[in-house]
Design a protein around this ligand. Structure first.
Ligand code: GUN
Length: 292
């Protein structure tokens, strides 16, 4: 079987294009959606992600603030900043880049973000709204992007068996909730590091979402003929033949599985580009909900 390659760059561009009309409408009423991105410390990968988020805002004409705080920033200082951003009318969305330095209690920080500005969908109020299928909540951007890819390619989820590999609060759990919700109607299994016979279980899946953070783990042994495979992984592996000495691979061994799939996301260029597009969508939604 020759798979359809899911083009995340193209779908992300369509999402951004659709947002332009909504942004123009908000602006015509005097509202500019605003996002604050907060980075604590100097992790190079996080610096790149934060830079891309701010750039995406500028490209769409959104207001943004980038806060780069030193690694020694205390929990209290970070929480003080969040409270200021909660009270700032120019800011409709707040994101604290994860992971923060180890002395910061990320869960406690998230509790301080006003739920209506929590465009990451990490606050317990938004986790609950996802489970309750309350559309006013915010859903984490990466799983939201995966759903958008399925929709864009007309991939049926109703009655299908989806196996989500990974149980993180950023991807695995919200992904499973989105797939099982009444507007998707999949039958969902969440697999994780203690799951027995994972390849065998995955071979029963019509849709596999790989979000484990283990480079190229999902190979042909995991995939049944005709399955849809979404690869959320972004892993660096050593590669002496590359100028940087590494290359980026997903959680799926693309070459091993591709001939068995009906649809597959490449890495890079699959799920990755969707995350920032959905962050923009969540920021515009936050603005719309806040200004009425
Ligand atoms: N780090 C990796 N992905 C994400 C994300 O979606 N949100 C935040 N805040 N940090 C991240």
């Amino acid at each position: 079987m020759t798979p359809v390659l899911i083009d995340g760059k193209h779908v992300a561009a369509c999402v951004r294009e659709k947002l332009l009309a909504e942004i123009a409408e908000l602006k015509s009423r005097g509202h500019v959606p605003g996002l604050a991105v907060v980075l604590v410390g100097n992790d190079p990968a996080s610096q790149v992600y934060v830079g891309s988020k701010v750039k995406a805002c500028a490209e769409l004409g959104l207001y943004s603030q980038k806060w780069e705080l030193p690694a020694e920033t205390t929990q209290e200082e970070l929480v003080d900043l969040i409270h200021k951003l909660n009270a700032d009318d120019r800011i409709h969305g707040i994101l604290v880049q994860s992971p923060p330095p180890s002395h910061i209690d990320e869960e406690a920080v998230v509790l301080n973000i006003a739920p209506e500005k929590d465009v990451d969908g990490f606050h317990p109020v938004n986790v609950a709204k996802l489970v309750l299928e309350d559309a006013t909540g915010f859903v984490p951007c990466t799983p939201l992007g995966c759903m958008e890819l399925l929709k864009a390619y007309g991939i049926e989820t109703a009655g299908k068996h989806a196996v989500v590999i990974g149980r993180s609060m950023i991807v695995g759990k919200p992904m499973a909730n989105l797939l099982v919700a009444k507007n998707a109607n999949a039958t969902v299994t969440i697999a994780h590091s203690r799951t027995k016979n994972l390849p065998e279980l995955c071979r029963t899946a019509d849709i596999i979402v790989a979000a484990v953070g283990r480079p190229e783990m999902v190979n042909a042994e995991y995939v049944k003929e005709g399955a849809v495979v979404l690869d959320v992984g972004i892993n660096r592996i050593e590669d002496a033949s590359r100028p940087r000495g590494y290359r980026i691979v997903g959680d799926v061994d693309f070459d091993s599985v591709k001939d068995k799939c009906s649809f597959i996301t490449p890495v890079p260029g699959g799920v990755g580009p969707m995350t920032i597009a959905m962050l923009m969508a969540n920021t515009v939604k936050a603005c719309r909900q806040q200004v009425g």
